[in-house]
Ligand binder design. Sequence first.
Ligand code: NI
Length: 185
Amino acid sequence: MKCIALTADDGPAAPETGTLLKYLAQYKARATFFVVGQNVAAHPDIVRAEMKSGHEVANHSWNHPVLTSLTPAQIRSQLERTSAAIKAATGKEPTLFRPPYGAIDGHVRAATSLSPVLWDRDTLDWKTHDPAEVAQTVISQAEPDDVVLIHDLHATSVAAVPEILRTLSARGYHFVTVSHLHATL
Ligand code: NI
């Protein structure tokens, strides 16, 4: 089976994340949300909706620092506060984290039992803010078992998702969570 793990970073954001959840449901697609702890605290209802809809909720730090520039205690605080906020919102602790900016080293790995997840396809959606370009980047580059990165706090990124889901579903791709993808590899 051809699988893709769509990952949405830096949320939850209102109303963008809710719109993304609607699109994912329309295509019966699953995704993974790498949420920022302070946004979880502001919008726990959205994180609960992500989980209830069958998506994976994962840790993207408390306020998006460069983890490699922090002390081990600060790294632990960033990740543990966020996992606690996710648990409070959803009842479930995350098992995955994504370091902001992809900045990771041995100190970051040693500070947590969460598994790090980076990405295979970077849409640069935060730079282009162009739904057609974001969709085309994913559609033209996608390969089986890819982890694709978008940011659900930008309306322009969310607007790219229907075309991505429509086109790649027609090519036989299934949209799964990162943990599902790892379990099948
Ligand atoms: Ni981020």
